[in-house]
Design a protein around this ligand. Structure first.
Ligand code: 5GP
Length: 178
């Protein structure tokens, strides 16, 4: 499909399933080379990262430990805003390398908050793997370690990402038509 409609908005095809699969395969190869024999804890950040998580973990095709967490996304303009933990981590992270799996980094304020929180709770190291990254929107002090695609500051849906809870199950990625 070249265009889709979700509620009152129209979106155009932006990144195909095939391109996403290739980017995830490359990312998995890099992660495997970096972590070698160590035992990181992969933490998938719900809801948007569910599809990316499944695909990346399949490509990693190893004995890795995976768990899930959910945070409210950052809303507001000042860095004093709190990000709420909606589904807390169920695993003891003290002394461990954590690799956060995210769908998209926009301002980066959510990830900055989550990374700090996990380090405060005793993680030895926190890395971030994100399917999509909007470098021009970044407001936080962070650099994702693994990036599928760098994209302009557009609103994206599909492949796990929603518009008002619609559109997560499209296999391709779509961009809002202005
Ligand atoms: P950040 O804290 O980096 O600004 O964004 C955090 C969250 O905002 C992301 O995890 C995602 O849920 C949401 N978000 C940011 N940009 C987009 C986008 O283009 N499309 C969708 N569907 N969600 C987005």
């Amino acid at each position: 499909m070249d265009t889709i409609r979700l509620r009152d908005k129209e979106f155009s095809l932006f990144i195909t399933e095939q391109e996403i699969r290739e980017a995830i395969t490359k990312m998995a190869t890099r992660i495997k080379a970096d972590i070698k024999e160590s035992n990181p804890l992969f933490v998938s950040v719900l809801n948007g990262a569910f599809m990316f998580t499944a695909e990346l973990m399949r490509e990693l095709d190893g004995p890795y430990e995976l768990t899930f967490a959910r945070y409210s996304s950052y809303k507001g303009t000042s860095t004093s805003g709190e990000v709420k933990e909606i589904v807390p981590l169920q695993t003891d992270i003290r002394g461990r390398m954590v690799i956060l799996l995210e769908d998209i980094i926009d301002t980066g304020l959510t990830m900055e908050f989550v990374m700090k929180k996990l380090l405060d709770e005793g993680a030895a190291e926190v890395r971030v793997a994100t399917m999509l990254f909007k470098p021009e929107a970044l407001k936080a002090l962070l650099k994702p370690d693994y990036v599928g695609f760098e994209i302009p500051t557009d609103f994206i849906v599909g492949h796990g990402l929603d518009y008002d809870e619609m559109g997560r199950s499209y296999k391709d990625i779509y961009k809002l038509n202005e």
